[in-house]
Ligand binder design. Structure first.
Ligand SMILES: NC(=O)c1ccc[n+]([C@@H]2O[C@H](COP(=O)([O-])OP(=O)(O)OC[C@H]3O[C@@H](n4cnc5c(N)ncnc54)[C@H](O)[C@@H]3O)[C@@H](O)[C@H]2O)c1
Length: 239
């Protein structure tokens, strides 16, 4: 599926690599003006994407950068909350810092960005917010209590925001990937990987592009009556 995002301005968090880079590529290839907010600026980034350095867990920094982007671009039509990290450990070994870091980067960041764009999108009476969750936000996962809680939190956040903003024509949805082949999942050893893939009905992981295309659907006019939804993009893993 290809969409026309001409004259649309998109902000993607964590667009420097992995799934976020694929999302930036897909939206810009289909005409959007794309800004990426990430911790580091990639050396060989996409020349059609404007990279801004920002820690999305920092409320003030996010407000400032999004206001600058709005002034520069004139509108903000699409927000994709993609930035995320893992700090896995069993509860007995997980320290407070690893809990807080994951909740702040994966969940609080979505509040920070949505708070900054909501007023702008309300003024436009139009907007699309797409949050990237994970199937473990639904299923849970041993060793990922912090990560699963952050992703489950995003589900509640998505649905609440969808209800708050629907009359303003701001639509909020969440995509829950299963296993996507990026640096985040390269951390799995061979046995873990095999066990993981064996459980997936499609017996393979997704490419970043396969997630980006679903983001494209939620960002496009083809989903203008869809809000508050959680869509698992996981080769059938969680059903
Ligand atoms: N890879 C998977 O299998 C998988 C599965 C389910 C969900 N997800 C989710 O997809 C999203 C992207 O994952 P990925 O695999 O591409 O990860 P990745 O590690 O390849 O990329 C993460 C991105 O987030 C950015 N980031 C991290 N902390 C940040 C911060 N504080 N401020 C700004 N940017 C920050 C990084 O700079 C990077 O651009 C995450 O939310 C992740 O939880 C991934």
């Amino acid at each position: 599926m290809s969409f026309n995002f001409e004259k649309r301005v998109a902000i993607v968090t964590g667009g420097s690599k992995g799934i976020g880079a694929s999302i930036c590529e897909h939206l810009s290839a289909n005409g959007a003006k794309v800004y990426s907010l990430s911790r580091s600026i990639p050396e060989n980034g996409n020349s059609n994407v404007t990279y801004k350095q920002c820690d999305v867990s920092n409320f003030e920094d996010v407000q400032t950068i999004i206001s600058e982007i709005h002034k520069e671009a004139g509108s903000i039509d699409i927000l994709v909350n993609n930035a995320g990290v893992t700090k896995d450990n069993l509860i007995m070994r997980m320290n407070e810092k690893d809990w807080d870091t994951v909740i702040d980067i994966n969940l609080k960041s979505a509040f920070n960005t949505a708070k900054a764009v909501a007023r702008i999108m309300m003024g436009q009476r139009k907007g699309k917010i797409i949050n990237i969750g994970s199937i473990v936000g639904t299923t849970g996962n041993a060793g990922q209590s912090n990560y699963s809680a952050s992703k489950a939190g995003l589900v509640g956040f998505t649905k609440s925001l969808a209800k708050e903003l629907a009359t303003r024509n701001i639509l909020v949805n969440l995509i829950a990937p299963g296993y996507v082949m990026t640096e985040m999942t390269e951390k799995l050893d061979e046995d873990q990987l095999k066990a993981f893939l064996d459980n997936i009905p499609m017996k393979r992981g997704a490419s970043g592009e396969e997630i980006a295309k679903v983001v494209g659907f939620f960002a496009s006019d083809d989903s203008n009556y869809v809000t508050g939804q959680v869509l698992h993009v996981d080769g059938g893993l969680a059903m």
